[in-house]
Design a protein around this ligand. Sequence first.
Ligand SMILES: [Zn+2]
Length: 266
Amino acid sequence: MSEAELTVVGCGTVVPEADRAASSYWISSPGTESAARTRVLFDCGPGALQALARLGLPWGKITDLAITHFHADHVGALPGLFFALKHGLPRPRGRPLTVWGPAGTRRFFEKLAGAYGDFVLNPGFSVLIEELSPGEARDLSGGPRLEAHKTPHTDESVAWRLDGESFSFGYTGDTGPSTELGSFMRGVSALVCECSLPDAQATDNHLSPARVAELAAAACPRLLVLTHVYPHLRTGHDVPRLVAEAGYAGATRVATEGLRVSLTNG
Ligand SMILES: [Zn+2]
């Protein structure tokens, strides 16, 4: 595969469900002459490891991990991931792994190491922890540029945008309404956007279909991928239709485990 691609690993919520893991998304982008392929996992919620295995994704070759915030449905499988990277590969891993996260990520990993053991920070290869403030951007080792944007959800929560030479991707993480976030995501190939609750239960720290429509109208992604849809919204509702009826006319899909979307422009 020579194109950049999104694979939905987990698109669920706090609620355990039989057909989907909690939040987790895999981006694979081609390498360049000077850099190897980039494999980024965005969030790692409960059930993500088994889903990675079901989907046949090379989890042992992950190059970067990007975390949006510290709610358990987004980070609950992290100890298991590091335990697997230390003990679950046929050969010990040598390449470093960079963890990108909001302020507090280093302290969060230190707490995990305190509870689970040293392997979280020292799994036998280098774990680099990089905290990005909203507005900051860094180049990943494989080339793509990762940028953080504040979201109204928790004190630390951020959304991520990833731009490569020929692709772009956006992931809101969990967020409340934010027109600035829509502008930040402008023109991405695929925008994975949370759509947690029905409009009748709209809150300030999650999105509902009408609020998604406002954000997507500002972002104008090539494809809008709705995710983190709570069971009582997805059951019996055509969620893309609700977003369309709220005024967003662009291509929209609901995330499902294994959904693959090409991110390459053109
Ligand atoms: Zn959350």
